[in-house]
Design a protein around this ligand. Sequence first.
Ligand code: NAP
Length: 246
Amino acid sequence: MSLNGQVAVVTGASRGIGRAIAMKLAAQGAAVVVTATSEAGAAKTAEEIVAAGGKALAVKVDVSVVAEVEGLFKQAVEAFGKVDILVNNAGITKDGLLLRMKEEDWDAVLDVNLKGCFNCTREAAKLMSKARYGRIVNVSSVVGEMGNPGQANYCASKAGMIGLTKSVAKELARRNVTVNAVTPGFIETDMTAELSEKTREALQEQIPMGRLGSSDDIAGAVLFLVSDAAAYVTGHVLSVNGGMYM
Ligand code: NAP
């Protein structure tokens, strides 16, 4: 699954799943544009890639802001000449039951998770359509497929990413640009670190494989979708959830 000579943009790659994806793509030879909301966060992963012998550029960007996303792709092209791969991984949660959910918590989650995915996809699509090549992978979630109490905003954003994935897949297929989604189950990262031991045990019981997933489990699925092995796969939603939702 060599990615030698390819250029990847991975959003939200300072930690967790995004970091694992950036490291995995770089290990296969891709030059990786690492983004985060802070310069230090992006630089940390980029430095690790370079230390391991890879190529990386760190860019601070808020994916919900169109002008910043335009700047991101401009910097990527200035540094590496093109963008072959986009992984829309940046995401946040602001949980609460519907009746208590504040409008700003709805807006913040939709702005980062769904509008951020749209902003980056639109910029990448301009370059990829012209180049007649591209691979876009959107990191959605199992709860976007099955729903979850206390996460109406998050689940709506993640379900929206699936609709976006399939529509853009149809629009870009003739340009040799594939667009797919992965739906992780519960993965050990900062996002799930706040779960109590009781919740964690209850979750584990719902997972046929009996464990939470790792960031590397997701990175492997993303690597497959951006590789030549998946050249004829588009508009697909790949579950990586240990069997918790089929
Ligand atoms: P995480 O550890 O909380 O990391 C989130 C990443 O997103 C960080 O790099 C963060 O950057 C970045 N980010 C946040 N807001 C951003 C913004 N406005 N613009 C750009 N980047 C932003 O999360 P994770 O668990 O690795 O999750 C990664 C993705 O997988 C998310 O889309 C999440 O919804 C999805 N997912 C996670 C799980 C899970 O169980 N963990 C399950 C299903 C799906 P900073 O470091 O600068 O804040």
